[in-house]
Design a protein around this ligand. Structure first.
Ligand code: AHR
Length: 551
């Protein structure tokens, strides 16, 4: 009860001007307030919240990740060196592969063994997305159109090892049966020389098991993953998770969860599992949730109005209620809370940059707006550290909400990359409850009758975490041109010293391109602070990290 009333009190105090009672010094200087309650832990922030996703789609694998061993582009055994070096710095938790929709049309056996003997297939995305468009005719006969299978399970696991991430493989539920999944498990995890598939793995140069823990059971099974009804998918899920050999590896199975707000999918699948006994639910480690906030107007990453700036941020903010809604429904059938949410696809989704070749589906360099979307999503996951076990933006490189943008020898870090770098100190820390009070931002949106309606949302939001004596506070100021002067109060400790790292620009459309690769980068500045309360100005349109050493 007290937890709920504190926010209500602070909000109503600000609204009525009675805030002086709460913080006598704040009323003159600051119009906003952040209160960090370091003695109110939410839970550990799983390093897996800092995970990634890469699919055989457009220029993600071929060019983005895999350039080939004989390429002039610097590489480690065929894998783009710049990608490895930069991704490693982000200490990625998990990398999900091979899809996405691609996973449910993929046979893992095509992607192992000598590369020159691997079969060529039509890529799922070329086949489904392009087929009906003019772009299909323009698409050259490269690996984006005809899947060469030069990058497969062994290359993927090698990439994960290079960057220090855990592999997360998605099994094909739509077009392959359980047996193919079992063989993939055997290939990856069976001890050397004992079985046919582990002998095959050793022949391919990998004597030691890959020890893959994370396995997805299909992908978007309500859509490209089979157009299942939830009751049907529940049956598949039971079948695919029944009596699996572990080979000494703790399996962490992830069910194909809802499309955005479809709580009916969550409820019906969980009910379908529970019908056979609650042990069926306990077999799952995670429940996938996919949510893309989309784009605005012309759908182009770097063309938007101020109104559209707010519109997309507000839609990204929907992640919070999605987590809460699905979590509530999951709890109806999983009272012991054994299953956590795995947000294994998230981000904005704009149109492909016309300067990129047709095969590079949805490839573009995101802007400052995308950076704020990354930050507000990571903050949301951290505010729900007790519910979210993993999160993977879609996707790592060259498509949708990517951290890297490449074309042949060109390579840039996108604004999303910088947010991941800034937020890294949260990983593995304990999330602590933090209250934000600030004037709301407002904009207008067309309703179903195409009438302009006013919409508003928070004027400052973020998350805080504690690791030993280090307190990290990350904050998004969505206002396009107003700074927010804010009193920050730390309840339960005092500050010894602090640092500031902020990502912002006076131009909302700033992005890093091949021509200007470092247009948007975070900047550091010192923070003179002591005591338990400071006043700080959050720049307009910014992501800020404040790092405090506590006494
Ligand atoms: O990330 C691109 C696609 O979006 C994925 O393949 C699919 O799961 C989702 O619809």
């Amino acid at each position: 009860m007290q937890k709920i009333s504190r926010r209500t009190f602070v909000e109503s105090a600000l609204a009525t001007g009675a805030v002086a009672l709460l913080a006598p010094r704040s009323i003159k200087a600051a119009d906003s307030r952040i209160e960090i309650l370091i003695n109110e832990p939410i839970g550990p922030i799983a390093p897996e919240i800092y995970s990634h996703f890469m699919e055989h789609l457009g220029g993600v694998i071929y060019d983005g990740v895999w350039v080939g061993e004989r390429s002039k582009i610097p590489n480690y055994n065929g894998i783009r060196k710049a990608l490895v070096d930069n991704l490693k710095r982000l200490k990625p938790g998990v990398i999900r592969y091979p899809g996405g929709c691609f996973a449910d049309q993929y046979d893992w056996r095509d992607g192992v063994g000598p590369r020159d003997k691997r079969p060529t297939r039509v890529n799922f995305w070329a086949d489904t997305h392009y087929k009906t468009t003019k772009a299909y005719e323009d698409l050259e006969a490269g690996p984006q159109k005809y899947e060469s299978n030069h990058f497969g399970t062994d290359e993927f696991v090698s990439f994960c090892k290079m960057v220090g991430a855990q592999p997360y493989l998605a099994a094909n539920v739509r077009s392959r049966d359980v047996r193919v999944f079992l063989e993939w498990l055997e290939y990856c995890n069976a001890p050397p020389d004992l079985t046919t598939w582990s002998t095959e793995r050793a022949k391919n140069g990998f004597r030691d098991p890959h020890r893959v823990s994370f396995w997805g059971v299909g992908n978007e099974s309500w859509g490209c993953g089979g157009d299942f009804m939830p009751e049907e998918y529940a049956t598949e899920l039971r079948k695919f998770t029944a009596w699996l050999p572990t080979y000494g590896v703790q399996l962490k199975l992830i069910g194909s969860g809802p499309n955005g707000g479809d709580v009916n999918w969550t409820r019906k699948v969980f009910e379908g599992l529970a019908q056979k006994g609650s042990r069926q639910i306990a077999k799952l480690y995670g429940w996938g949730l996919h949510y893309y906030c989309g784009s605005t107007g012309q759908q182009v990453a770097n063309e938007f109005t101020v109104n559209e700036w707010y519109d997309l941020l507000e839609r990204a903010n929907r992640m919070e209620s999605l987590i809460e809604d699905h979590w509530r429904v999951m709890g109806e059938l999983d009272r012991e809370r054994r299953v956590k949410l795995v947000v294994d696809e998230w981000g904005a989704w704009h149109k492909q940059d016309p300067d990129m070749p047709p095969g590079y589906l949805y490839a573009y360099a995101g802007t400052l707006r995308d950076a704020l979307i990354s930050a507000l999503n990571l903050d949301t996951f951290q505010r729900h550290a007790d519910k979210v076990a993993m999160a993977n933006p879609a996707q790592l490189v060259n498509t949708i909400h990517s951290l890297f943008h490449t074309y042949e020898d060109k390579f840039v870090l996108t604004p999303n990359y910088h947010v991941f770098e800034m937020y890294l100190p949260h990983s593995g820390a304990t999330g602590v409850r933090t209250e934000f009070v600030a004037p709301k931002v407002s904009f207008t949106r067309l309703d179903a009758q195409r009438k302009e309606v006013p919409v508003s949302f928070w004027g400052l939001n973020g998350s805080a975490s504690l690791k030993g004596k280090q307190l990290v506070l990350t904050v998004v100021n969505p206002h396009h041109n107003q700074e927010r002067e804010t009193e920050i109060a730390i309840r339960g400790a005092a500050i010894k010293s602090g640092e500031i790292r902020a990502l912002t620009s006076t131009d909302l459309h700033t992005r890093n391109t091949f021509a200007i690769p470092r247009a948007l980068e975070p900047k550091d500045s010192p923070l003179n602070a002591n005591g338990s309360t400071i006043t700080f100005k959050f720049a307009p349109a910014s992501v800020t990290r404040l790092l405090f050493d506590l006494t």
